[in-house]
Design a protein around this ligand. Structure first.
Ligand SMILES: Nc1ncnc2c1ncn2[C@@H]1O[C@H](COP(=O)(O)OP(=O)(O)O)[C@@H](O)[C@H]1O
Ligand SMILES: [Mg+2]
Length: 368
């Protein structure tokens, strides 16, 4: 029997909990051609949400998924877009159609399990401009709406402002394409889509993905255990979600581990939950120590303070207690911790992103 808790990749269908309102809204926006910008801390389920929306719209739209993670050059980006577009280009003979698809460049095309496009060195700029036109061309050719998802879009911003400018000035003419931009680094995403100087200012509606509400996550977790023959009472599920703070990824990861034990014993107890949680922290200790050792002292203090649930980290009391000279030192540390994705801001306060790390910090350095 397969473990019913899945993590580490976008989840879909029966592995996808809740998000009903978000899914509905996203589908409507896609069909009506309204671009959407989705952001949340890492591993909250952004890719899963977009993926499920596309699955549910199968047949109605043509999905183009561009994973921007690790894209280092315009050429690579152009090749990703072009390869995806060709994948969906219905024609009797792709090679004969190439001149009609690409008007100013002739790329190399490899047709294997997937289609791969390669542009020549020296024609990057033209190739990039041409690739940006392809989604609209595909929509016209197939007479269907095209949806382009740029996952981890903040990476593209690193390629430079001129890249964003080019993209924006092309995409704004695409009447039959909906663009979805997904990003984890909130500061970066806000700079791209909120700042009046940015080329992508006001390019779409914003969607901030929160954690999954406890009651709904409870129902999902309970069903997964029960339907695979593992008995677990509702208070235990409550306990699990308190430990994982309802974080989608860490909840799945924890339940995945717990499930093996459940399968062995047939029924889980509070002891099992606590022991499994502690074991997982111990297994990860080396990486937590490495993170801790890599931080300058000011960031260590702020990280620990957030783990301890200190709310007013700019107050005089806080500065005195943790021996900071000014509030701007705290601000600077927060910024660095956010950039490293060790903490995130949610509902107006800061949180340690990994609940296991949070427990390790409290266990190692105390709650007070
Ligand atoms: N709606 C959901 N229901 C259940 N688990 C989810 C859900 N969304 C995300 N997850 C869990 O979190 C993990 C990370 O999801 P993913 O979509 O890759 O996040 P992101 O794109 O925000 O980094 C998934 O592998 C899965 O374990
Ligand atoms: Mg993702």
């Amino acid at each position: 029997m397969k473990n019913p808790f899945v993590y580490g990749e976008p989840v879909s269908r029966e592995n996808f909990a809740d998000r009903e309102e978000e899914l509905e809204r996203l589908k409507i926006e896609i069909l009506s051609g309204q671009n959407v910008i989705i952001y949340s801390p890492r591993r909250f389920g952004k890719s899963s949400l977009a993926y499920n929306a596309l699955l549910e719209l199968e047949g109605k739209v043509i999905p183009i998924w561009i994973d921007c993670y690790g894209v280092l050059t315009k050429k690579e980006l152009a090749e990703k877009i072009a390869s995806q577009v060709l994948q969906h280009w219905r024609t009797k003979n792709l090679f004969e159609s190439i001149r009609r698809i690409f008007k100013t460049v002739i790329p190399k095309i490899k047709i294997g399990e997937k289609i791969e496009v390669e542009f020549s060195i020296g024609e990057e700029e033209r190739a990039f401009e041409e690739a940006l036109k392809l989604p609209q061309r595909l929509a016209e050719h197939s007479e269907k709406r095209v949806v382009v998802v740029f996952d981890e879009f903040q990476e593209i911003a690193e390629l430079g402002e001129h890249v964003l400018k080019k993209m924006r000035s092309e995409f704004q003419w695409h009447r039959d394409v909906t663009y979805i931009f997904i990003g984890s680094r909130r500061g970066m995403m806000e700079k791209i889509f909120h700042s009046a100087q940015s080329p992508f200012y006001n390019f779409g509606g914003h969607m901030v993905l929160k954690k999954i509400p406890k009651e709904r996550f409870k129902a999902f977790v309970s069903k997964k255990f029960e339907s695979t023959g593992v008995k677990i009472n509702p208070e235990l599920i409550e306990e699990i979600l308190d430990l994982t703070e309802c974080h989608p990824y860490y909840t799945q990861k924890f339940c995945h581990e717990l499930w093996y034990l459940g399968k062995l014993k047939g029924e889980l107890t509070l002891e099992d939950v606590k022991e499994t949680f502690e074991r997982m922290i111990i297994e990860n200790e080396a990486s937590y120590v490495e993170i801790w050792d890599s931080l300058p002292i000011s960031q260590k203090k702020v990280l620990l303070a957030i783990a301890r649930g200190e709310k007013d980290i700019y107050s005089t009391d806080f500065l005195v207690k943790y021996e900071f000279k000014t509030a701007s030192q705290v601000q600077y540390s927060i910024k660095a911790l956010r950039k490293k994705e060790l903490v995130h801001r949610i509902n107006g306060s800061y949180e340690i992103s990994d609940p296991f790390l949070r427990h390790w910090l409290l266990w190692r350095f105390g709650r007070e």
